[in-house]
Ligand binder design. Structure first.
Ligand SMILES: [Cu+2]
Length: 253
Protein backbone atom coordinates (compact mmCIF):
# COMPACT_ATOMS: atom_id res chain seq x y z
CA UNK A 1 0.00 0.00 0.00
CA UNK A 2 1.18 3.48 -0.82
CA UNK A 3 2.29 5.47 2.16
CA UNK A 4 -0.09 8.33 2.95
CA UNK A 5 1.51 11.40 4.46
CA UNK A 6 0.04 12.05 7.96
CA UNK A 7 -1.53 15.32 6.80
CA UNK A 8 -3.88 13.41 4.48
CA UNK A 9 -5.30 11.08 7.12
CA UNK A 10 -7.58 13.52 8.97
CA UNK A 11 -8.77 14.94 5.66
CA UNK A 12 -9.83 11.51 4.38
CA UNK A 13 -11.43 10.62 7.70
CA UNK A 14 -13.51 13.81 7.73
CA UNK A 15 -14.44 13.46 4.09
CA UNK A 16 -15.85 9.98 4.73
CA UNK A 17 -18.13 11.22 7.59
CA UNK A 18 -20.29 13.20 5.13
CA UNK A 19 -22.36 16.37 5.54
CA UNK A 20 -21.62 19.74 7.11
CA UNK A 21 -18.95 22.31 6.64
CA UNK A 22 -16.09 20.32 8.23
CA UNK A 23 -16.31 17.91 5.30
CA UNK A 24 -16.11 20.74 2.80
CA UNK A 25 -13.09 22.11 4.61
CA UNK A 26 -11.50 18.68 4.62
CA UNK A 27 -12.11 18.26 0.89
CA UNK A 28 -10.43 21.59 0.25
CA UNK A 29 -7.47 20.56 2.38
CA UNK A 30 -7.19 17.27 0.54
CA UNK A 31 -7.26 19.05 -2.80
CA UNK A 32 -4.60 21.48 -1.67
CA UNK A 33 -2.31 18.62 -0.70
CA UNK A 34 -2.82 16.38 -3.70
CA UNK A 35 -3.28 18.73 -6.63
CA UNK A 36 -1.09 21.44 -8.04
CA UNK A 37 -3.03 24.50 -9.12
CA UNK A 38 -4.00 24.34 -12.76
CA UNK A 39 -2.45 26.81 -15.16
CA UNK A 40 -4.95 29.05 -16.91
CA UNK A 41 -5.72 27.96 -20.46
CA UNK A 42 -3.81 30.65 -22.27
CA UNK A 43 -2.73 30.59 -25.87
CA UNK A 44 -1.18 34.03 -26.23
CA UNK A 45 2.42 34.33 -27.39
CA UNK A 46 5.23 36.85 -26.99
CA UNK A 47 7.88 36.45 -29.66
CA UNK A 48 10.77 38.52 -30.89
CA UNK A 49 14.37 38.79 -31.84
CA UNK A 50 17.37 40.13 -29.96
CA UNK A 51 19.92 42.05 -31.97
CA UNK A 52 23.23 43.67 -31.20
CA UNK A 53 23.73 47.01 -32.91
CA UNK A 54 27.00 48.25 -31.40
CA UNK A 55 30.64 47.55 -32.20
CA UNK A 56 31.06 43.80 -32.08
CA UNK A 57 33.32 42.82 -29.16
CA UNK A 58 36.14 40.35 -29.81
CA UNK A 59 35.79 37.23 -27.69
CA UNK A 60 38.92 35.71 -26.23
CA UNK A 61 40.03 32.26 -27.31
CA UNK A 62 39.85 29.74 -24.49
CA UNK A 63 43.01 27.71 -24.02
CA UNK A 64 42.27 24.27 -22.60
CA UNK A 65 45.87 23.10 -22.90
CA UNK A 66 46.12 22.64 -19.13
CA UNK A 67 43.57 19.81 -19.39
CA UNK A 68 44.29 17.63 -22.47
CA UNK A 69 41.01 15.71 -21.93
CA UNK A 70 39.22 19.00 -22.63
CA UNK A 71 41.50 20.32 -25.39
CA UNK A 72 41.24 17.16 -27.51
CA UNK A 73 37.44 17.55 -27.63
CA UNK A 74 37.83 20.65 -29.82
CA UNK A 75 39.21 20.87 -33.35
CA UNK A 76 40.07 24.48 -32.66
CA UNK A 77 40.22 26.20 -29.28
CA UNK A 78 36.70 27.56 -28.62
CA UNK A 79 35.81 31.21 -28.09
CA UNK A 80 34.36 32.57 -24.87
CA UNK A 81 30.55 32.51 -24.98
CA UNK A 82 30.19 35.74 -23.01
CA UNK A 83 28.83 37.50 -26.11
CA UNK A 84 27.61 35.38 -29.03
CA UNK A 85 26.63 37.51 -32.04
CA UNK A 86 25.60 36.07 -35.39
CA UNK A 87 26.64 37.44 -38.79
CA UNK A 88 23.34 39.34 -39.04
CA UNK A 89 23.70 40.85 -35.55
CA UNK A 90 21.58 38.25 -33.72
CA UNK A 91 22.38 38.07 -30.02
CA UNK A 92 22.14 34.58 -28.52
CA UNK A 93 21.92 33.46 -24.88
CA UNK A 94 19.62 36.24 -23.72
CA UNK A 95 17.17 35.19 -21.02
CA UNK A 96 13.70 36.62 -21.69
CA UNK A 97 10.84 36.35 -19.20
CA UNK A 98 7.50 37.84 -18.25
CA UNK A 99 8.53 40.09 -15.38
CA UNK A 100 5.08 41.34 -14.40
CA UNK A 101 1.41 41.32 -15.37
CA UNK A 102 0.58 37.64 -14.83
CA UNK A 103 -2.44 36.64 -12.72
CA UNK A 104 -1.54 36.35 -9.04
CA UNK A 105 -1.36 32.60 -8.49
CA UNK A 106 1.08 29.89 -7.64
CA UNK A 107 2.24 28.25 -10.87
CA UNK A 108 2.82 24.50 -10.90
CA UNK A 109 6.40 23.31 -10.96
CA UNK A 110 7.01 21.47 -14.26
CA UNK A 111 7.58 17.74 -13.82
CA UNK A 112 10.28 17.75 -16.48
CA UNK A 113 13.84 18.63 -15.62
CA UNK A 114 16.26 21.04 -17.21
CA UNK A 115 19.48 19.32 -18.29
CA UNK A 116 22.92 20.89 -18.44
CA UNK A 117 25.76 18.84 -19.88
CA UNK A 118 29.44 19.36 -19.32
CA UNK A 119 30.76 18.40 -22.71
CA UNK A 120 34.17 19.33 -24.05
CA UNK A 121 34.61 21.22 -20.77
CA UNK A 122 31.88 23.63 -21.80
CA UNK A 123 28.46 23.95 -20.17
CA UNK A 124 25.74 23.12 -22.70
CA UNK A 125 23.60 25.13 -22.91
CA UNK A 126 25.31 28.30 -21.71
CA UNK A 127 22.13 29.93 -20.31
CA UNK A 128 19.14 28.09 -18.84
CA UNK A 129 15.84 29.02 -17.23
CA UNK A 130 13.82 27.00 -14.75
CA UNK A 131 10.83 27.38 -12.49
CA UNK A 132 11.44 27.78 -8.76
CA UNK A 133 11.79 24.29 -7.30
CA UNK A 134 12.11 22.54 -10.69
CA UNK A 135 14.79 19.88 -11.09
CA UNK A 136 17.99 20.82 -12.87
CA UNK A 137 20.22 17.92 -13.82
CA UNK A 138 23.97 18.21 -14.36
CA UNK A 139 25.66 15.62 -16.57
CA UNK A 140 29.36 15.06 -17.04
CA UNK A 141 30.00 13.65 -20.51
CA UNK A 142 33.72 14.36 -20.22
CA UNK A 143 36.64 12.14 -19.31
CA UNK A 144 37.72 14.61 -16.69
CA UNK A 145 36.65 15.74 -13.25
CA UNK A 146 34.41 18.83 -13.01
CA UNK A 147 33.42 20.89 -10.01
CA UNK A 148 30.01 22.56 -10.21
CA UNK A 149 29.88 25.74 -8.15
CA UNK A 150 26.88 28.13 -8.37
CA UNK A 151 27.50 31.60 -6.97
CA UNK A 152 24.00 32.86 -6.13
CA UNK A 153 23.08 36.03 -4.25
CA UNK A 154 19.85 34.70 -2.68
CA UNK A 155 19.81 30.95 -3.29
CA UNK A 156 22.05 28.53 -1.38
CA UNK A 157 25.61 28.28 -2.61
CA UNK A 158 26.96 24.78 -3.20
CA UNK A 159 30.07 23.29 -4.61
CA UNK A 160 30.34 19.65 -5.64
CA UNK A 161 32.74 17.70 -7.74
CA UNK A 162 31.58 15.22 -10.36
CA UNK A 163 33.90 12.46 -11.57
CA UNK A 164 34.48 11.68 -15.27
CA UNK A 165 31.21 10.40 -16.79
CA UNK A 166 29.85 10.49 -13.23
CA UNK A 167 26.26 10.02 -12.13
CA UNK A 168 23.93 12.94 -12.93
CA UNK A 169 23.48 15.45 -10.14
CA UNK A 170 19.91 16.69 -9.67
CA UNK A 171 19.44 19.99 -7.82
CA UNK A 172 16.79 22.67 -7.25
CA UNK A 173 16.93 26.41 -6.78
CA UNK A 174 14.28 27.51 -4.30
CA UNK A 175 14.39 31.30 -4.73
CA UNK A 176 13.65 33.53 -7.70
CA UNK A 177 16.97 34.83 -9.01
CA UNK A 178 18.26 35.87 -12.42
CA UNK A 179 21.65 35.18 -13.96
CA UNK A 180 23.17 33.01 -11.24
CA UNK A 181 26.75 32.40 -12.39
CA UNK A 182 27.88 28.79 -12.16
CA UNK A 183 31.58 28.08 -12.43
CA UNK A 184 33.81 25.03 -12.40
CA UNK A 185 36.56 25.18 -9.82
CA UNK A 186 38.78 22.98 -11.99
CA UNK A 187 38.40 24.79 -15.34
CA UNK A 188 38.29 28.58 -14.90
CA UNK A 189 36.85 29.21 -18.37
CA UNK A 190 33.64 27.23 -17.71
CA UNK A 191 30.60 29.44 -17.11
CA UNK A 192 26.87 28.77 -17.01
CA UNK A 193 24.03 31.15 -16.09
CA UNK A 194 20.93 29.81 -14.34
CA UNK A 195 17.72 31.87 -14.21
CA UNK A 196 15.05 30.92 -11.68
CA UNK A 197 11.56 32.40 -12.05
CA UNK A 198 8.23 31.60 -10.36
CA UNK A 199 6.34 30.65 -13.56
CA UNK A 200 6.97 28.90 -16.88
CA UNK A 201 6.80 31.97 -19.13
CA UNK A 202 10.39 32.43 -20.24
CA UNK A 203 12.77 31.59 -23.09
CA UNK A 204 16.42 31.92 -24.07
CA UNK A 205 17.33 33.50 -27.41
CA UNK A 206 18.79 31.04 -29.88
CA UNK A 207 21.70 31.39 -32.30
CA UNK A 208 19.37 33.37 -34.61
CA UNK A 209 18.49 35.76 -31.76
CA UNK A 210 14.85 34.68 -31.70
CA UNK A 211 12.74 33.66 -28.76
CA UNK A 212 9.12 32.65 -28.18
CA UNK A 213 7.09 32.49 -24.97
CA UNK A 214 3.87 30.51 -25.40
CA UNK A 215 0.77 29.70 -23.38
CA UNK A 216 0.10 33.16 -21.95
CA UNK A 217 -3.32 34.31 -20.86
CA UNK A 218 -4.46 37.59 -22.42
CA UNK A 219 -3.00 40.56 -20.58
CA UNK A 220 -0.64 43.51 -20.39
CA UNK A 221 2.86 42.35 -19.56
CA UNK A 222 6.31 43.69 -18.90
CA UNK A 223 8.80 41.45 -20.68
CA UNK A 224 12.40 41.62 -19.57
CA UNK A 225 15.49 40.50 -21.45
CA UNK A 226 18.71 39.93 -19.49
CA UNK A 227 22.18 39.41 -20.96
CA UNK A 228 25.15 38.38 -18.86
CA UNK A 229 27.32 41.32 -19.95
CA UNK A 230 24.83 43.88 -21.24
CA UNK A 231 22.23 43.55 -18.51
CA UNK A 232 18.45 43.98 -18.48
CA UNK A 233 15.98 45.73 -20.79
CA UNK A 234 12.20 45.91 -20.59
CA UNK A 235 9.38 46.11 -23.12
CA UNK A 236 5.66 46.44 -22.38
CA UNK A 237 3.36 44.32 -24.53
CA UNK A 238 -0.34 43.63 -24.84
CA UNK A 239 -1.12 39.98 -25.50
CA UNK A 240 -4.50 38.95 -26.93
CA UNK A 241 -6.08 35.63 -26.02
CA UNK A 242 -4.81 33.93 -29.16
CA UNK A 243 -2.46 36.52 -30.65
CA UNK A 244 1.30 36.98 -30.86
CA UNK A 245 2.75 40.17 -29.39
CA UNK A 246 6.09 41.29 -30.74
CA UNK A 247 8.96 42.12 -28.41
CA UNK A 248 12.19 42.91 -30.26
CA UNK A 249 15.16 44.00 -28.17
CA UNK A 250 18.30 45.78 -29.35
CA UNK A 251 21.53 45.96 -27.37
CA UNK A 252 24.01 48.69 -28.27
CA UNK A 253 26.84 47.27 -26.17
CU1 LIG B 1 35.23 21.63 -15.28
Amino acid sequence: MRFLPPVLIPAIFLASCGGGSPTETAKKELKAVTEAPAAPAGSGVVAGKITFTGAKPVMRTVSMDATPACARMHKEPPKSEEVVIGADGSLANVFVWVKSGLPAQKWPVPAGKVTVDQNGCVYKPHVVGLVTGQDIEFLNSDETNHNIHPLPRTNREWNESQPPKGDPKVKQFTQEELMIPVKCNVHPWMKLYVNVVPHPFFAVSGADGSFEIKGLPAGDYTVEAVHERYGPQEIKVKVDATGTAKADFAYKG
